[in-house]
Design a binder for this molecule. Structure first.
Ligand SMILES: Cc1ncc(COP(=O)(O)O)c(C=O)c1O
Length: 364
C-alpha cells in the first residue's frame, strides 16, 4: 500500500509512515470486491451514474461490510491468544454471523449475546441469520436490552477466565478505531478500481449503524485526497449518531496518527430514512428492493441496504446530485435478512400492506 501512495503524489502526505501499515491483519475477505455499474437503474432515473461496490460478496459467510473490520479485530484477538470470541448485537445480526464465521475459520469458540424481545427468546422457526448462528455452533444467549447484553458479556468472560479460557470481547459491532481500518483500506481499493476504469467517484452512499464503516470511508476519502463525499443513511433512531460518528472519526484519526484537516463538515448523516425504527420494514423499502432486483439482478435487504438505497433514490428524486455525478452505492450486505421478512415482503408486493412491519424478534 505504501508503494501505491508514493507513486501517487496527489495522495495525502500525512498518510506516509502511517500506523495502519504495521497493524496485524488476517485475510478473511476475498478482495477486491467488484465495483460494477448499475446501467439500468441509472438509465431509469436519468442520472446520476450509479455504481455499486459489492461488499455483499466479501466471501465470509454470506458476505458483508463486517468482514473488513474483522480482518483487524480477529488479528488482534489472535495476537492476544484468545480462544473464545464474545460479542453482541440484534437477534438477526449480520455482524454476529460474520464474527462467528471468522471465529470458526480461526478455530475459536463463539458466544453471541443477542438482543431480543425477552430473556431466552427461542422462536419456533429458525430463519435468516439466527439459523446461521445456530448452524455455526455458536453459544447463543438472548437478553432484552443493550445494557443487559454488556453486563452478561462481562460475566461470561469472567466465568471463562476462571475456567482457564481466554475470551476476547468485541463490542459496538467492531466500530472501534481498529475496526475502522477496514474501510480506510476499502477506500484505497475503490480508488484503485476507479484509476483502472478511468472514473472519479463524487459520492459514496451507504447504510450507517454503529458508524465504523462510515468513519473508515470518511478517513480514507480524506487521507487519499479523493474528493469523495461520504453520505451515511441511518437505519435506526439515535439522537447522537452524528456526534458518535464524528467522535469515532476523530478517535480513529488519532489512533492512526493521521494529520488531517477533519471537521464536522466531513460527516454527512441522513436520519430521515429510518422509517418507524430499526428493522421495521416499510412499503418503500420493499419497493426499492424489488426495483433493484428487477433492474440489476442485485438483492438488497430490508434492514440496511434496502433502506440506504431507498434514501439514495429519494435524494436523487430531490435533485441532490447533478445528473453527471458518479455515485457509488456501497452494498454492505445483509441479504440473509431477506428471509425472515418473507411475509411482509410478499404482503406488500401482493396486497400493498402487511399484517406486521415490526419484527417479532425485535426488542420490546
Ligand atoms: C448489512 C449491514 N450494513 C450496514 C451496517 C452498518 O455498518 P456500521 O455498523 O459500520 O455502521 C451493518 C451493521 O450491522 C450491516 O449489517
Amino acid at each position: 500500500m505504501l508503494e501505491y501512495i508514493k507513486e501517487h503524489p496527489t495522495l495525502n502526505e500525512g498518510m506516509i509512515g502511517m500506523r495502519m501499515e504495521t497493524l496485524p491483519r488476517i485475510k478473511l475477505a476475498n478482495l477486491p470486491t467488484p465495483l460494477e455499474e448499475m446501467p439500468n437503474l441509472s438509465k431509469q432515473l436519468g442520472g446520476p451514474n450509479i455504481f455499486i461496490k459489492r461488499d455483499d460478496v466479501t466471501g465470509l459467510g454470506f458476505g458483508g461490510n463486517k468482514t473488513r473490520k474483522l480482518e483487524y479485530l480477529m488479528a488482534d484477538a489472535r495476537k492476544q491468544n484468545a480462544d473464545t470470541i464474545i460479542t453482541s448485537a440484534g437477534f438477526h445480526s449480520n455482524w454476529c454471523t460474520q464474527t462467528a464465521c471468522a471465529a470458526k475459520r480461526l478455530g475459536m469458540d463463539v458466544v453471541l449475546v443477542k438482543q431480543g424481545p425477552r430473556e431466552g427468546y427461542d422462536p419456533e422457526e429458525y430463519d435468516g441469520n439466527h439459523l446461521l448462528h445456530f448452524l455455526l455452533g455458536s453459544e447463543i444467549k438472548v437478553v432484552p436490552s443493550r445494557s443487559k447484553a454488556d453486563e452478561l458479556m462481562n460475566e461470561l468472560a469472567a466465568d471463562l477466565r476462571l475456567r482457564g479460557r481466554r475470551p476476547y470481547i468485541i463490542s459496538f459491532a467492531g466500530s472501534t478505531p481498529l475496526g475502522v481500518a477496514g474501510y480506510i483500506n476499502a477506500v484505497l481499493e475503490i480508488l484503485t478500481q476507479c484509476f483502472q476504469r478511468g472514473i472519479k467517484i463524487d459520492y459514496v452512499v451507504h447504510a450507517t449503524g454503529s458508524g465504523g464503516t462510515q468513519a473508515g470511508l470518511i478517513l480514507g476519502a480524506k487521507a487519499f485526497n479523493t474528493g469523495m463525499k461520504v453520505l451515511g443513511i441511518s437505519v435506526s433512531r439515535s439522537e447522537n449518531r452524528f456526534e458518535a460518528i464524528t467522535r469515532l472519526v476523530t478517535a480513529s484519526a488519532k489512533f492512526f496518527e493521521f494529520d488531517l484537516p477533519l471537521g464536522k463538515e466531513d460527516v454527512h448523516v441522513f436520519d430521515e430514512y429510518v422509517g418507524e425504527g430499526y428493522g421495521v420494514i416499510s412499503k418503500e423499502v420493499v419497493e426499492t428492493i424489488n426495483r433493484v432486483a428487477k433492474a440489476e439482478g442485485v438483492f438488497l435487504d430490508p434492514v440496511y441496504s434496502g433502506k440506504a438505497m431507498a434514501g439514495l433514490l429519494d435524494l436523487i428524486g430531490k435533485n441532490y446530485f447533478d445528473t453527471e455525478d458518479n455515485v457509488l452505492f456501497l452494498h454492505t450486505g445483509g441479504t440473509a435478512a431477506l428471509f425472515p421478512y418473507k411475509q411482509p415482503i410478499k404482503d406488500f408486493m401482493k396486497k400493498g400492506e402487511s399484517s406486521w412491519v415490526k419484527p417479532p424478534w425485535s426488542t420490546a
